[in-house]
Ligand binder design. Structure first.
Ligand code: 9Z3
Length: 362
């Protein structure tokens, strides 16, 4: 990185393989505890005979300083991931929800700080004058507890969301983990994939997080806040290694892996999604254009999903069998509450079932 004030820190970029990345970049301090937690969760779900899906959600950051003041962020509120997690849960999956800290989460997303703020649902009951006075003057009097009631313009919806939320908590089928930086994301993704590999084909990966393609290796980061005042700032970032390739080849070769491809130029969507499928050899790429993502997505997949053998041996041959399937919902229906994630998950559950029942050796 170089700026008017940090010219000495300029250096050239190198190409990181997944291996060299993890050999040189620091693991998050809580990694061991996170792995223990997720391992216990997976063992419990395996015992109950449930399929497990890892849902990644929200955007990663790339800090520019070790004492971080500034960072590069990736676009995502976490809507896709949080919404999808709910539909996976209602389809009977256990969900590991790996999300950007403070991004949207399943169920609470319906009542986030910006959509239906929680406090707007609460009403203070009228308290008689003398009691109100004593409440104000002293919190230690024996005056009655204030009564707070919940009022919703759509109590049925609130009841549905709350019931589903409580049921999932009782069943213990949702496990949440958080990341902020792309480094934390990569370490956690690798760790969870290796743990989930014990489930073989019963594991699904739904990679909806918006992941930076570039990062600043630790050795190139400025320790303190980058100083301004000497003109422009030039930062050279290195490319994040292609971890999908490592997932398919090493960490979880039998898992059913779904990645997302985000484009803003719709003419690039299908070609880039096809290229990703050919390059990594996983099962599905879901293409979404930024502004149409709530109304249409395109599934790009092979007509027969590749087996582990296929992953290893036949990538070049498989390109001709790649098919595109569009899922669309009417914008008016979407406005009335229909979510495209419902259809996405329905279709993925169907495809995953075929994958788990496939006769090919695992
Ligand atoms: C997505 O494409 C997600 O659908 C969105 C969801 C980020 C668009 P929101 O939650 O946004 O509705 O606010 N995620 C994947 C984005 C990404 O980083 N993809 C990489 C790429 O396109 C590959 S993993 O190269």
């Amino acid at each position: 990185m170089s700026s008017g004030s940090n010219p000495e820190s300029s250096s050239s970029s190198q190409l990181f393989s997944a291996e060299s990345y993890f050999a040189t970049q620091p693991s998050p301090p809580a990694l061991d505890a996170d792995v223990t937690g997720v391992r216990t969760f997976i063992a419990r779900q395996a015992k109950a005979g449930r399929r497990v899906v890892l849902v990644t959600s929200g955007g990663t950051t790339v800090p520019l300083e070790l004492n971080v003041v500034r960072f590069l962020d990736n676009f995502s509120a976490g809507t896709r991931g949080a919404t999808s997690a709910e539909y996976f849960l209602s389809a009977g999956y256990a969900v590991i929800f790996l999300h950007r800290q403070h991004s949207l989460q399943p169920y609470s997303r319906h009542y986030s700080h910006s959509t239906n703020p929680f406090l707007d649902f609460l009403e203070l009951e009228q308290i008689a004058e003398p009691q109100a006075a004593s409440l104000t003057l002293s919190s230690q009097t024996s005056s009655p507890e204030p009564i707070i009631t919940v009022r919703s313009s759509d109590p049925k919806h609130l009841h549905t969301v709350l019931s589903a939320y409580k049921a999932v908590h009782r069943a213990g089928t949702l496990h949440t983990m958080t990341f902020v930086t792309v480094n934390e994301y990569l370490w956690l993704l690798r760790a969870v994939s290796k743990e989930l590999n014990v489930l073989g084909r019963n594991a699904m990966y739904y990679l909806a997080a918006a992941v930076s393609d570039f990062f600043l290796p630790r050795e190139k980061m400025s320790e303190h806040k980058i100083q301004s005042g000497k003109g422009s700032l030039i930062i050279e970032m290195d490319q994040v290694p292609k971890i999908l390739k490592s997932m398919v080849d090493e960490w979880t070769p039998e898992g059913f892996i779904v990645s997302f491809k985000l484009e803003t130029d719709s003419s690039l969507l299908v070609p880039k999604a096809r290229a990703a499928l050919e390059r990594y050899g996983h099962q599905v790429v879901i293409g979404n254009e930024l502004h149409r993502r709530k109304f249409e997505v395109v599934f790009v997949a092979r007509s027969a999903p590749p087996s582990p053998e296929h992953n290893r041996d036949c990538l070049e041959d498989a390109s001709s069998q790649i098919e595109e399937t569009w899922l669309r919902i009417d914008e008016q229906i979407a406005g009335a509450g229909k979510e495209i994630e419902e259809d996405i998950i329905y279709e993925l559950v169907r495809r995953h079932s075929l994958w788990t029942r496939s006769q090919i050796r695992v």
